[in-house]
Design a protein around this ligand. Structure first.
Ligand SMILES: [Zn+2]
Ligand SMILES: [Zn+2]
Ligand SMILES: [Zn+2]
Length: 556
């Protein structure tokens, strides 16, 4: 669909060039709209075969293990939304590197020749999130630059081996010969009868195996052929590139309807308001969009006549608004960090704590699979004195996620951000994170504590460590305790009275305990004071999560 030579997007109500209203007749297409006979052949061998095409709304990484716990596979639990707004949730194999870079908005087609159920058990993190055991076998990614298809090995088949049948036939022939020879007096003739019986049994068996194989083989062939057809269909043919305009850094909000629009559009596609007028009527020194509403018409027109403004007015871009919001949660705080010891002098550090908000701009995941079979050979001696050598095999298959996140901070700087694995599995491109650290430093030496990692969009956080954990008994204190103990021991030896020495030592230790209770208290307070500002920010974000996310969602 075009108007004034411009391509229209799915939700467009007005032409962005002339402002004229357009009829809504644009629609996304399905695979069968483009290829009506797509499944005709496959349905012969797989009557239940189905496809689904949609945009990726959500992806979650998880694992499944067998009952023994030694075999692990990993999957992506994906949520797709199709052209009609229907949502489908299903697992796909995470060990395929084609899915290392899944991004929300990616157009994905699923081909399910039959239902495949996963029988291994869900890991704890996946419980409550993964709500069915189905696996999609054929997955096609309709990327910007072409399609990629993958197929799990569930439909693989192997040809029955002739050798196996000959071996089996030989055994059968010997048994049959033995039976025939035992029951009759045929002599050498029994061998011939035995061979005849064996062949009569083996040929149909072999044939039925071959037929079954041919059927499976034909099924695999038509699955592959169907996949190949889908592989030819691009997101542009399906119309998915017209779902929404690509976000640009200088996108702005339409002053009338709050719709996100590109800076160079003449008219808002949602409400049809001319953007040129809207941008011009804003005074250059004013950034508040509200001020537009306060001005009356006469003033607007006067302004227009007297002082035509350049089109790039002072209106803030959506990106600037987003960075401004993120700036509100940047905190940096310095304060002396004193660690008090009960017996030795206090330690003084330069303490600092800081937190920042970032948005995930890219995610690259990688799953490493290790599959090792351990063989152990051991010898046991039984009660009769015999030695017996045994071999056991023990298979361990593991599937490990490693990933890299790229994020953008409130200054627009892009860098790599580390996250704990448990949080990484939940984190997607577009998510907002709040990250807090603390540090104690003495001269050039410092130690940084990861106080928290908070995925605001997913409402999940991890607090791996804290400056609260810092505490060590100094060498001097240990030496002092030893010294007093030795002193009391000497006293006991000298005076021959155990009570006096032990009593003195006991008294000393009670004193130490009381003192350290006080220092513990002071140390705790000191650590709390240091991280208070970043903890307050964490609670502020957590308590206003809903409003904050609603605001940021418009600015994504
Ligand atoms: Zn037009
Ligand atoms: Zn508008
Ligand atoms: Zn073992």
């Amino acid at each position: 669909m075009h108007h004034c030579g411009n391509g229209l997007y799915l939700q467009d109500k007005f032409c962005t060039q002339c402002g004229e209203e357009v009829e809504e007749s644009k629609k996304l297409l399905t695979l069968t709209d483009i290829e009506p006979n797509l499944l005709d052949d496959l349905i012969q061998s797989c009557p239940e075969a189905k496809t689904f095409t949609g945009r990726l709304k959500n992806s979650f990484y998880y694992k499944r293990r067998n009952k023994g716990g030694n075999i692990t596979f990993s999957y992506w639990w994906i949520t797709l939304e199709n052209a009609d707004g229907e949502v489908k949730q299903i697992s796909i194999n995470a060990e395929n590197e084609a899915f290392n870079n899944l991004k929300n908005g990616t157009v994905i087609s699923l081909l399910e020749p039959t239902d495949i159920n996963l029988h291994y058990l869900l890991d704890d993190a996946a419980k409550g999130i993964v709500t069915n055991d189905l696996l999609a076998s054929g997955v096609i990614l309709h990327n910007d630059d072409g399609q990629v298809s993958t197929l799990t090995n569930h439909y693989n088949c192997s040809k029955p081996r002739m050798g196996g049948f000959i071996g089996l036939g030989l055994i059968l022939a010997i048994i049959a010969t033995a039976i025939v020879a035992g029951m009759s007096d045929m002599g050498d003739g029994a061998i011939l009868v035995g061979i005849f019986i064996s062949v009569a049994c083996m040929v149909p068996l072999y044939n039925s195996n071959v037929t079954a194989f041919q059927k499976e083989f034909a099924r695999k062939e038509s699955i592959t052929a169907t996949l190949a057809k889908i592989l030819e269909i691009s997101k542009y043919q399906l119309g998915f590139h017209k779902v929404e305009r690509t976000n640009r850094d200088d996108d702005i909000f339409c002053g009338t309807c709050d719709h996100r629009i590109q800076l160079d559009l003449e008219y808002c596609p949602q409400c049809g308001t001319s953007q040129t007028i809207h941008q011009n009527m804003q005074p250059s020194s004013e950034n508040e969009p509200d001020s537009v509403a306060c001005m009356n018409d006469t003033k607007e027109s006067q302004l227009l006549v007297e002082e035509p403004q350049p089109k790039e007015s002072s209106r803030k871009s959506i990106r600037e608004m987003r960075l401004d919001k993120m700036k509100e949660f940047y905190q940096s705080h310095q304060q002396e960090f004193i660690y008090r010891h009960a017996l030795s002098p206090n330690e003084k550090f330069d303490g600092s704590a800081w937190c920042y908000m970032v948005q995930v701009t890219d995610r690259k995941m990688n799953t490493d699979v290790s599959d090792v079979t351990y063989t152990e050979t051991y010898t046991i001696r039984d009660k009769h004195g015999f030695y017996d050598t045994k071999t056991t095999r023990h298979r361990v298959r593991d599937s490990k996620l490693s990933g890299k996140l790229t994020v953008e901070d409130e200054t627009g700087e892009i860098f790599e951000q580390w996250l704990p694995d448990s949080l990484m599995a939940h984190t997607e491109v577009g998510d907002y994170l709040l990250i807090g650290y603390s540090r104690r430093q003495k001269n050039d030496r410092y130690r940084t504590y990861s106080e928290y990692y908070y995925n605001i969009s997913k409402g999940r956080w991890e607090m791996p460590e804290s400056i609260h954990d810092y505490g060590e008994t100094s060498l001097l204190s240990k030496f002092l305790v030893l010294l007093v103990a030795v002193g009391c021991g000497a006293l006991i030896y000298q005076t021959r009275t155990l009570e006096l020495g032990a009593g003195l030592f006991g008294l000393f230790m009670v004193g130490v305990a009381l003192k350290s209770r006080n220092t513990d208290k002071a140390n705790n307070k000191n650590a709390s004071d240091l991280i208070q500002p970043i903890m307050d920010t964490l609670y502020r974000v957590r308590d206003n999560k809903k409003e904050l996310l609603a605001y940021l969602a418009k600015l994504k």
